[in-house]
Design a protein around this ligand. Structure first.
Ligand code: HEM
Ligand code: HEM
Ligand SMILES: [Fe+2]
Length: 485
């Protein structure tokens, strides 16, 4: 990706900016994984880095880095697809570039403060300057306000471009979805000293992001990806997109109830949460079928001038296909497992939740956003047909195997917690620690660490591939052209 700055085939500044967002995303992805490894070691050896870099800090940076890198890659994807869909350069692109640098500087400061100021009082100054204490979105308030300003600039860019350029179905959905996505962030910004109220609104950000607005977002970029990679028919892609929007919002919004079972909210949430969240996998199945259907249908119709088959970017296509499976498995299946209150009363907050969290975030978001990075590289180097290298395959194999391995290990650990800590010992304070010390739990944690190392090795292949594939593939294509000329 670094090389792509120099050999830039992009006509549009918007796409160059997209690549900058992708670069920061990958760096943060690496930081996320390193923090995960530290936290995983601490599960097995609790004295590891004790009082130097404690578990709570490693865990916090792990999941905040996750959210931030996914958001970076999402913004990158929008800047990448906007000129193609609207047919024009992004409006206000200079402002967009400025916003990128401001945001990146702010993220760097926030992360450094997390790392250097690990302990402190829980007062107003801490909330403003150090850490807001809301899981996944811990940024202090000064950064919160900064993020809102930067996002407003981004939204202005998208909206103004939409108003001026072509209004395709994909961008129409995108414009509406981004409005909701950005607006929801505000729900996680104010302070209340009532923990039930705090959790009530905090879930508006977390749940309504990952189970409503982000899912719709993924629908739009999957649609765009299929159009570019397969030459899929726009009518088919967009028709499904609208159906999915309807279904995702239909189930996802009230599905919020599955987080309101035990936090002090009224009991009618049991029924509402159970019914609507159980419906949530339906659109995920539809999306899964949609991607494979389109793929199968369009596959045979190679465009003139293309040899063999119609896939013109195999790494991106592979990651999009993995996304379809991963979203279905991680969010749909692993989510459904624990979404009924009758089950959740036992599984709530166990490693089972972590198993679902890992596979869902990875399957639904990390995968397709990596795919978008490969689409970016293809454009940056003007490559007609980007094919997988050895490194692409190693990255896919190891990352997917590693994350699946971690998920299975955590599921086993969660199963042990449910049986021993919850069912057998009644879920008290002592029960928690007894269950954590039994061999089944520790073995599962050992396997999670091992599979985490596999994932990290895959990540190293991914970085190596992203840095080199553009150049090598462009050179290969040049040779083929020279030979046929
Ligand atoms: C891509 C979409 C999804 C992502 C990224 C995701 C991620 C997560 C994460 C990270 C948590 C843990 C939150 C915490 O720290 O407390 C969680 C909790 C939960 N998720 Fe999902 N999820 C997704 C979709 C779903 C779906 C579709 C369902 C249901 C069918 C579901 C059911 C649940 C439930 C019931 C909990 C609460 C677990 C507990 O009580 O400990 N999720 N999800
Ligand atoms: C090197 C690989 C990784 C390791 C070793 C690792 C390890 C960990 C650990 C130890 C925790 C804390 C769990 C707890 O508090 O009980 C955690 C939480 C989490 N990680 Fe990872 N992780 C890795 C990769 C990933 C990836 C690739 C994703 C998603 C794309 C991810 C998403 C999450 C989420 C969402 C949570 C919060 C889960 C919850 O509280 O329910 N991690 N991870
Ligand atoms: Fe949820």
């Amino acid at each position: 990706m670094l090389a792509s700055i120099k050999s830039n085939h992009f006509q549009y500044e918007s796409k160059k900016l997209a690549m900058n967002y992708f670069r920061v995303a990958i760096v943060l992805f690496g930081a996320q994984l390193l923090m995960g490894l530290i936290a995983a070691i601490q599960f097995l050896y609790p004295s590891f880095l004790f009082e130097v870099f404690d578990f709570n800090v490693a865990r916090m940076v792990h999941i905040n880095a996750l959210v931030v890198w996914l958001l970076y890659a999402m913004i990158g994807s929008v800047y990448l697809l906007l000129p193609d869909e609207t047919g024009i350069e992004t409006v206000g692109i200079k402002l967009g570039k400025l916003a990128f640098w401001v945001l990146t500087a702010a993220v760097a400061v926030v992360v450094l403060v997390y790392i250097f100021v690990q302990v402190g009082p829980g007062n107003e100054a801490t909330i403003w300057l150090i850490n807001e204490g809301r899981e996944y979105i811990e940024a202090p308030r000064w950064a919160d306000i900064g993020i809102v300003v930067v996002v407003l600039i981004f939204y202005y860019n998208v909206f103004a471009t939409y108003m001026k350029g072509n209004k395709t179905g994909i961008v129409t959905v995108l414009v509406a979805d981004l409005f909701a996505l950005a607006g929801l962030y505000l729900c996680g910004m104010f302070f209340t000293d009532n923990i039930s109220m705090d959790q009530y609104w905090w879930w508006w950000v977390i749940h309504l992001w990952v189970e409503a607005t982000w899912e719709v977002f993924v629908g739009t970029i999957a649609g765009y990806g299929l159009l570019r990679i397969l030459g899929a028919k726009r009518e088919i892609v967009e028709m499904w997109l609208w159906i999915e929007v309807l279904m995702l919002f239909g189930s996802g919004i009230l599905g919020l109830g599955h987080h309101y079972f035990w936090i002090g909210t009224p009991e009618y949430w049991w029924e509402i949460g159970a019914l609507f969240s159980a419906l949530e996998p339906v659109p995920l199945v539809a999306m899964f079928v949609h991607v494979l259907y389109d793929w199968g249908k369009e596959q045979g119709h190679a465009e003139a001038g293309q040899q063999g088959h119609a896939v013109n970017n195999t790494p991106a296509m592979a990651w999009i296909a993995i996304n379809a499976f991963g979203n279905f498995l991680g969010a749909g299946i692993w989510g459904f497992f624990h979404t009924l209150p009758q089950v959740n009363i036992y599984t709530h907050g166990t490693q089972f939740t972590a198993a679902h969290g890992h596979l869902a975030f990875f399957g639904a978001y990390a995968t397709i956003l990596i795919g978008m990075m490969y689409l970016g590289i293809q454009g940056a180097h003007g490559i007609k047909k980007l094919t997988m290298t050895f490194k692409t395959k190693m990255a896919i194999g190891l990352i997917v195997f590693g994350v699946l391995g971690m998920t299975v290990s955590l599921t086993v650990a969660g199963y042990e917690q449910v049986l021993v800590e919850r069912a057998d010992l009644g879920g008290g304070w002592d029960a928690y620690f007894i269950a954590q010390e039994l061999p089944w739990y520790l073995q599962a944690q050992g396997w999670r660490l091992t599979m985490g190392l596999v994932t990290f090795t895959g990540f190293l292949f991914l970085v190596a591939d992203l840095l080199t594939i553009g150049k090598t593939e462009a050179a290969r294509e040049g040779e083929v052209q020279a030979a046929t000329a």
